[in-house]
Design a protein around this ligand. Structure first.
Ligand SMILES: [Ca+2]
Ligand SMILES: [Ca+2]
Ligand SMILES: [Ca+2]
Length: 134
């Protein structure tokens, strides 16, 4: 009887962990879809390099609380997507506007899988699924 109870407890714990995991993946997915919609300024279902750049600048300015043109470690903590953290090319813990601009150009090229100079929602979310794993 005791072992049955233990079995029930263990299996319900595993079940709980499983559902938490699925929930986390779904919320990441929703976050990406929301980011895509925010980036697609003219709402045509595609993100162009211009839209990407406008989004990057807006986001950079939002994160740059002290307005010195550099995102420091403290400011980077607010970057939920981790997009800007990856832009720190010289690994000094800070992201300059220059680093952010070149990183987002690279993002755009990598995202545009079929090279039509537009990023669809599928291209966008596929790209982040890969990035998030690292
Ligand atoms: Ca668009
Ligand atoms: Ca700053
Ligand atoms: Ca494309």
């Amino acid at each position: 009887m005791k072992s049955l109870i233990r079995f029930v407890i263990i299996s319900s714990c595993i079940g709980l962990l499983g559902s938490v995991n699925v929930f986390a993946q779904q919320s990441d997915m929703q976050m990406m879809q929301q980011e895509f919609k925010k980036t697609d300024l003219n709402k045509d279902g595609f993100v162009t390099s211009k839209e990407m750049q406008a989004y990057e600048e807006k986001k950079f300015n939002e994160l740059d609380k002290d307005k010195d043109g550099v995102l420091n470690a403290e400011e980077l903590k607010a970057d939920k997507t981790g997009m800007f953290k990856k832009a720190d090319a010289n690994k000094d813990g800070k992201v300059t506007k220059q680093e952010a601009v070149s990183q987002f150009k690279q993002y755009f090229q990598d995202m545009d899988a079929n090279k039509d100079n537009k990023v669809s929602e599928a291209e966008y979310t596929d790209y982040w699924k890969i990035i998030m794993k690292f």
